[in-house]
Design a binder for this molecule. Structure first.
Ligand SMILES: [Fe+2]
Length: 203
């Protein structure tokens, strides 16, 4: 008798091994600057990201514009390589390029609804500020739309059998996932801001 798990969905989580505290300090300074000067992003966020700020629709290639973000890109590279090694794609790690890199600021009460990152292969987020009580990142079983007549899972279901999985994160952590995997950030119930940098890779 065999009963094994197939069709895996792999999510990679790690902490930058060193230098993350000073990198986060540098990134925070750039984020503060963007929040007060990125007029296009401020206006887009006002309409579409209530209470929060994202540079995704204004400055989405920060790794090409700023040294601290370039440093983050370099620090992420070995993690991307480790993650790709687990995915068994035919494409070489060296053919992957970071195409987008932007910031997200979520003050108290802000939510980031469920979405995917179309046109990318690997996406991820690096955490700059995660106050106590702020949410992690929540993923949905990508097969959810196919489950006809499936009974609900137990609240004690094993991790691999859950429909939703929320990973807790701390500053200096990074999470990588395949871009088609639907994810969201639940409401920030902490009184302080949650700050992260998200990015996409293509090959
Ligand atoms: Fe996302």
């Amino acid at each position: 008798v065999t009963a094994a798990s197939y069709f895996s969905t792999q999510i990679y989580k790690a902490k930058l091994s060193r230098g993350w505290a000073s990198l986060n300090q540098d990134l925070s300074e750039v984020v503060a600057e963007l929040r007060s000067h990125d007029r296009e992003g401020i206006s887009w966020s006002k309409k579409n990201y209530p209470g929060g700020y994202t540079s995704f629709h204004s400055l989405s290639e920060l790794h090409r514009l700023n040294g601290a973000f370039r440093e983050l890109e370099l620090a992420l590279a070995p993690h991307l390589k480790s993650y790709l090694a687990k995915l068994d794609y035919q494409a070489n790690a060296s053919s992957f390029v970071m195409t987008d890199c932007w910031v997200n600021v979520m003050p108290a009460g802000c939510t980031h609804p469920a979405h995917i990152h179309p046109s990318s292969v690997i996406s991820g987020t690096y955490y700059v500020a995660v106050p106590d009580g702020a949410p992690g990142i929540k993923f949905e079983d990508p097969r959810s739309g196919l489950f006809m007549h499936q009974p609900p899972r137990k609240s004690s279901a094993r991790r691999e059998n859950r429909t939703y999985v929320e990973l807790a994160v701390r500053p200096g952590d990074l999470v990588l996932f395949e871009s088609w995997l639907r994810h969201e950030v639940p409401q920030n119930r902490a009184s302080k801001e949650r700050v992260s940098v998200s990015f996409n890779y293509s090959c």
